[in-house]
Design a protein around this ligand. Structure first.
Ligand code: 5CA
Length: 172
């Protein structure tokens, strides 16, 4: 056996992601980068892609329930847009602990699928502007390349505009 399974989870983090992708008929190739892919910027540097091509897999809490947002590394998530898309009255960013509890993965390695329990998924349509994007594969050193439309299908994600306007005028 290789790799240390995480306490309370069956299989290593990477193996859980691989198995989830296989179960959804999503063919992927997981690549590990010793330099690390913890943040979108780190991942972009390691892969040699633009930061917009990096998938941020972010947990939010919508009316008390954890949900997952797949956002482009180039965008910040607009909480009002997310609340509207998710049909929730109140949405907030999840803590590191809630993220770990909901997904079974630690921040920096949270993948878009393969979570401990199924989460409703919302996809930032900014990801669809790229032919290929790169998502975390369970650890802060592993990513996989995937076509964004295939990723949205495999996660049964709801696609919408979730990007915070970069030019928003705070005085308005
Ligand atoms: N491996 C990379 C690229 S694939 C990755 O996982 N990026 S990420 O954006 O999905 O994960 C990092 C995100 O975790 C940050 O953007 C931030 O939103 C969130 N985060 C970082 N630290 C904390 C924290 N202490 N509590 C809650 N969220 C955090």
């Amino acid at each position: 056996m290789t790799g240390a399974p995480e306490a309370g989870e069956s299989g290593s983090a990477i193996e859980r992601v691989r198995a989830a992708c296989e179960a959804r008929q999503l063919p992927i190739d997981i690549i590990e980068y010793p330099a690390g892919t913890r943040t979108a910027e780190d991942a972009a540097r390691a892969v040699g892609a633009s930061v917009g091509q990096i998938v941020k897999s972010l947990v939010f809490v919508a009316d008390g329930a954890p949900i997952l947002v797949l956002a482009s590394g180039a965008n910040r998530v607009d909480l009002r847009k997310l609340a509207r898309l998710a049909g929730a009255a109140r949405v907030e960013k999840a803590s590191a602990e809630t993220t770990r509890e909901a997904t079974g993965f630690a921040i920096g390695g949270v993948p878009p699928l393969g979570h401990r329990r199924p989460l409703a998924v919302y996809v930032d349509r900014g990801l669809l502007a790229h032919p290929v994007v790169y998502a975390a594969a369970g650890t802060p050193r592993a990513v996989f390349a995937v076509a964004p439309d295939a990723l949205a299908r495999a996660t049964t994600g709801t696609v919408g505009d979730l990007a915070e306007e970069p030019s928003a005028d705070p005085a308005r």
